[in-house]
Structures are given as C-alpha cells and as structure tokens.
Design a binder for this molecule. Structure first.
Ligand code: ADP
Length: 435
C-alpha cells in the first residue's frame, strides 16, 4: 500500500515537472515555468497541512476529517482511523476501570490506595464506614492523621507488613478491624481493612473459657494435692502398697498444677497488648538469678552454665514477664541438654537494639519443627517432653512476652549439635545507663 502511494507521488511529481518543462518549451522560460509549477504545488500542500492542523485542533469526538486529495486524503483517513481505534480502546479500558471501581465500591472490606508517603489517593465506600474517611475532603491527607492509634502509626512506619494488624475501629470501638498493607508499584500502598469483630468475639470467648476453666480447676487440684501429700506422709499407716500409686498421683498432680499456672499466665498475657510496667529492668541481675535457679534445677546433672551480660544495658518492661520468658529458655536448655552440657547465656546491645542469646549443645531440633515450636502444646518428641515434665506452653509464653515487649524470637538449631534461642529487642525498648 505504502509502495503504491510512493509510486503515485513520484509519478505525480514527474508529471508536474514534465508539465512545467513543456510550458518552458512553449514559453522559452524554463526556470519560471518550474518555479511557478513547484510553487503552486507547495502552496497546495501547505493548504492541506493547514486543513489537517485545523481539524486536529477543532474537531469534535467522532467528527470525520475533511476530504483530502491524493496522499493527503490517505493521511487524513489514517489519522481518523487511528483516533477511532484509540477511542474504542479507551472506552474498553474505562469500562474495565468502572467495573473494578463498582465492584470494589460494593465490597464489604475497605480498600484504600495510598501514595508512597501514606497520603490517601482513592478509597471505597466501606472505608468510610469502617475508618470514617470522608469523601472528598480527606483526599491527599496522610492516613496516620486519620487513623490515630499509635499502634497503626508504628505498624505503618515500620514497613514490615508480613503480619496483619488488629485494631478497634476509630469510628466505633466495639468494631474490631484487621488491617493488611501491601506495597506495590513505586512504593505505593494498598490497604485492605476487614471487620473481624465476630472472629474477635469468638477468640475472646476461647480465651475467657480457658482462663475460667484453669481458674476453676486450681482450687480442687490444690485440695487433692494437699490430701495426697498428707497420705504420702502417712503411707506406712494406711497401706505401704499405696506408696507408688500415690507418688505417681502426686507427680501428675504437680504437672497439672504447672499446666494450669502456665495457662493462666498465658491468659493474663493475652488480656492486654502491652505490659503496664515500663520501668527499666536490670537484665544482668535478672539473668544472674535465673542462672542460679538453672544450676539448682540441673543439680547432679552438672550443666556448665556461663553468663556474659552487659551491666549497663537495661530493658523497659515487666520484670516478672521477662523473668518467666528468659527462665523458660534457660530451663529448656537445662531440660533438653545432656548431663554436663554447656549452656551459654549472653546479653548484649548494638545499633539494632538489645539481644539475649541462650545457646546449648543439646540434641538440637529438626528444621521442619522450628516454625511451629512456639505453638501451644507443640512438642518435637512427646517422649522427650514427658520425661522432662514440660507443659508444652513454655515457648508460647516466651513468644507472647516478647511480642508484648516488641521483640522477636529467633531459633537456630542443628540436629545433634545444639540450639540457639535469641530474643531481639528494638532499640526503643533498651536503655543504656552511663558507665
Ligand atoms: P515444653 O514445656 O515441652 O518444654 P516448650 O514450649 O518450652 O514446651 O518447648 C516446645 C518443644 O521444643 C519441647 O517439647 C522440646 O521438644 C523443644 N525444645 C525447646 N527447647 C529446646 C532446646 N533447648 N533443645 C532442644 N529442644 C528444645
């Protein structure tokens, strides 16, 4: 097609030049004839160009271009078809956008698009009901000005969105929201907010149930344990054959008491998000007393426990909670490492924050168990746990206490070579005392 037009153009020009030469032959003024011929052609071309320009500037959508002649006519038509094609594609895209917007607007979950600085760009209707965003006044506002909970500000600024954040709604504190943030494109944010009030209520019921049952079982168990102790003290008078069963009953009773205590502690930890206490704790002294307890627990098994702790580094938080978390880690190391095993406890600080490491040279844990280790009642090997009298709640308590102190637990272990449990506390939790 292109080739055709080029040929026609060349033919037309040759014809024009031929005509001019003929005119020159007749008039004897070749130069003038050529100037006049080419000038006329140039004038005509410019006129077509002007028509095209005017049409491009002034035409209404869908208005056909003016008629053109020759190659110009072809150019007019091509531009017109191109424009029609673009219009159709734009229409299709607009329809897709409209459908997406309609469907997201109808969603029960809130969808909010934020720019890289966290300013609102677009949101659906559910965002207005769940978060109280106002259309269009809030457009361009920073999301942390509208959702004022400090936990949200923290979460948003930390830019670690692997886990969702649960918060009460700023509009109605009885509505519980779950917030997911995803980064996309040029560090923009997509925020999804779900109403999880029902789930939250069920979860609360579960927590209350466990806490109530544990609490209710404590008194009868204390009575049974008391009688067992009295019976054991006087077993010779009752019947010596009862000695072993009574001893086993006492052992299992003690296990149940430990279990109930751990369940109650977990229930208490779950009741609030952060410990009420935020006074700096002298971790070195705390670890020293835990080390002494661990040495006593080890007793004749003679573990070699070393402690290296920075005395100037303190930690904001609850001493009782930290004691139970740290002692769980150290006592596990004693329980699960062989006699005379080495256990190293280290407490130190760096730019990232404060860290506690408990390292043992015990049996280690297979990699497939590591992600599930902090689940309640998760045991690597039930025979190992029953031999040590563990409740299966120790690491769940550690995880909860650390969560409440904004810290995380890292577990590294190689089967047969030992395990290393490290608690990482952010620098906001650490306090460095002048030397
Ligand atoms: P338990 O009360 O049974 O000790 P935990 O929650 O404290 O429960 O630990 C869960 C499981 O993790 C334990 O059953 C044990 O198999 C494993 N574990 C914990 N600490 C260690 C350790 N230092 N070395 C080897 N295994 C460990």
């Amino acid at each position: 097609m292109k080739q055709d037009w080029r040929g026609a153009l060349v033919r037309r020009l040759l014809l024009l030049v031929g005509g001019c030469l003929l005119l020159g032959l007749i008039s004897g003024e070749y130069a003038w004839a050529l100037v006049i011929g080419l000038g006329t052609y140039l004038g005509w071309t410019l006129k077509q160009l002007l028509r095209l320009h005017r049409w491009l500037q002034e035409h209404q959508p869908g208005e056909a271009p003016p008629d053109g002649y020759g190659l110009w006519g072809e150019v007019f038509d091509s531009i017109y078809h191109l424009e029609r094609r673009n219009e159709r594609a734009r229409g299709r895209l607009q329809a897709v956008i409209d459908r997406v917007q309609e469907s997201t607007a109808a969603l029960k979950d809130a969808v909010i698009m934020l720019d890289r600085d966290g300013n609102l760009e677009w949101w659906n209707r559910a965002a207005e009901t769940l978060l109280g965003l106002q259309t269009p006044q809030d457009s361009g506002q920073s999301i942390s000005n509208l959702v004022r909970d400090p936990r949200f500000k923290d979460y948003f600024e930390r830019e670690n969105y692997l886990e969702p954040l649960d918060l009460p709604s700023p509009v109605n504190s009885r509505v519980q929201l779950q917030i997911h943030v995803t980064q996309y494109g040029n560090s923009e944010h997509l925020m999804l907010v779900r109403d999880v009030t029902r789930l939250h209520q069920l979860e609360q019921m579960r927590k209350d149930f466990v806490a109530n049952v544990s609490h209710e079982l404590r008194t009868p168990l204390t009575v049974i344990a008391g009688y067992l102790e009295t019976l054991l003290d006087n077993v010779e008078e009752v019947n010596p054959r009862w000695l072993r069963p009574l001893q086993q009953m006492q052992q299992q009773g003690a296990r149940m008491q430990n279990l109930l205590n751990d369940l109650l502690l977990l229930a208490r930890l779950e009741a609030t998000d952060y410990p009420a206490d935020r006074t700096p704790v002298a971790v070195d002294l705390l670890l020293l007393s835990i080390k002494n307890d661990a040495q006593a627990l080890s007793g004749p098994r003679q573990h070699r426990i070393s402690l290296e702790a920075d005395p100037h580094l303190r930690l904001k938080g609850s001493e009782a909670e930290l004691r139970s978390a740290f002692s769980n880690l150290v006592f596990n190391a004693v329980k699960y490492s062989p006699d005379e095993g080495r256990i190293d406890i280290r407490w130190w600080g760096d730019e990232q924050g404060a860290h506690l490491t408990v390292q043992d040279n015990g049996p280690g844990i297979e990699a497939k168990h590591l992600p599930r280790l902090t689940e309640r009642f998760y045991r690597v090997d039930s025979s190992r746990a029953s031999a040590t009298g563990g409740t299966g709640l120790g690491l769940a308590i550690v995880k909860h206490v650390l969560l409440r102190h904004r810290a995380r637990l890292d577990i590294a272990s190689t089967l047969g070579q030992g395990s290393t449990f490290t608690c990482h506390f952010p620098s906001t939790q650490a306090v460095r005392r002048a030397k």
